[in-house]
Design a protein around this ligand. Sequence first.
Ligand SMILES: CC(=O)SCCNC(=O)CCNC(=O)[C@H](O)C(C)(C)COP(=O)(O)OP(=O)(O)OC[C@H]1O[C@@H](n2cnc3c(N)ncnc32)[C@H](O)[C@@H]1OP(=O)(O)O
Length: 405
Amino acid sequence: MTDHDIRVLDDSQYRAAHTLFRGTLHYPPAADDGWKLAQDSYEPGRAFGAFADDELIGTVQAFSSQMAVPGGAVVPHAAVSRVGVRVDWTRRGVLSALQRAQLRSFVESGDVVATLRASESLIYGRFGYGVATRYRTVRIDRSRAKPRTRITGRVRLVDLEPGEQLVRSLYEQVAPRRVGTIGRWPAWWSMGLHQPSRDERPKIAVRSSDGEDDGYLIYKVKPGVHDASESKPTTLDVIDLWARTPEAWADLWLFALGVDLVAEVTAEGRPVDEPLEWLLGDRRACKTTAEEDETWLRLVDVPAALSARTYRDRAGTAPVLIGVRDTYLPDNTGTYRVSADGVSRVTDAPELVLDVDTLASAYLGDVSFSTLAATRRLDVVEPDAPARADALFAVPEIPWCGTFF
Ligand SMILES: CC(=O)SCCNC(=O)CCNC(=O)[C@H](O)C(C)(C)COP(=O)(O)OP(=O)(O)OC[C@H]1O[C@@H](n2cnc3c(N)ncnc32)[C@H](O)[C@@H]1OP(=O)(O)O
């Protein structure tokens, strides 16, 4: 018997849930114009509330999406967000109860995976989420950058209104080619591009070659402050940049670096392998100011997730038997035979054993099984099993999501 219960929220309760969540992050309630945008992101059946005596004390929510996995498939994906428990109810099992209800609902709705961005890194492992992608934050000193090359295509500014449709369609064409990217829901775009703010609205630049659009950049310039009490440089912030080709990618960065009267170009949430330094005359003009965990991935349906991705077919790579433990979704617990030909569930003894959050970290290929074994995140039964799993799960490009939510 608990002192709270979990219920699916209806649309008359979304604003209270939104206010509660913002309060847990120490933000004030959204103003009416902000709420108008946020409201559309609540999907029926996807928001849960924890109640004590009919009073809302905690909430979780999810957006319906897809995620690209190794081999080119995209799988149904729930993007988990707005997780919060009122401060006078924390550490009494409220989030655990919300997670249990939410994970069960993902199974029912056929979501193969769920992902989130964690406010703190010790919260979600117990619920089966593992770090599956990372990103870096960069700062480029424009006066030193001295790009080694020039724009070869055409980069043009477009107005926000027609630009929004253009960038949405470019994103949908380009992003799924990268493992770890996710489908963006309509409210993601409207909240990102139209959020009421005292700042300048974002600007959109579209790159084309031979008359065909092949990439875009969304950015904001924050004017500098230079007075007696404060000095801040004028900064161009790269908010979103996607390109179909390396040529388009380089042109968009060269455009960002070419905007006059800007002292620094900054970007958060970029891929850790983005070769920015190689574009510059002085590679030290580009500093990585942070490298952090990005995607926390939950394999909701382990058999479906393992079957959805492909495995490297290196000559002579033998199959591996992976034992999975999942306390929150016990149907996933079992042994999986993974080979270049596919995946099957078996009754054989496993050759390595791990918890479902650790499997999630290896699933997109960001970390190897050998690294997980060396750091004692998995139990090795057959000594060569991690190396066999590494060969099968290897991916040609580091996974990256690139969408904050
Ligand atoms: C995807 C997102 O939206 S990220 C945003 C998450 N929200 C926030 O950070 C807002 C502020 N924090 C909160 O609202 C709450 O503290 C929450 C939601 C993080 C946790 O809710 P609670 O109801 O306290 O969690 P609950 O009581 O179920 O805790 C379950 C276990 O996780 C542990 N835990 C919970 N939060 C944390 C934390 N922040 N750090 C470390 N351990 C934690 C608990 O100690 C408990 O461990 P135990 O089972 O060994 O006793």
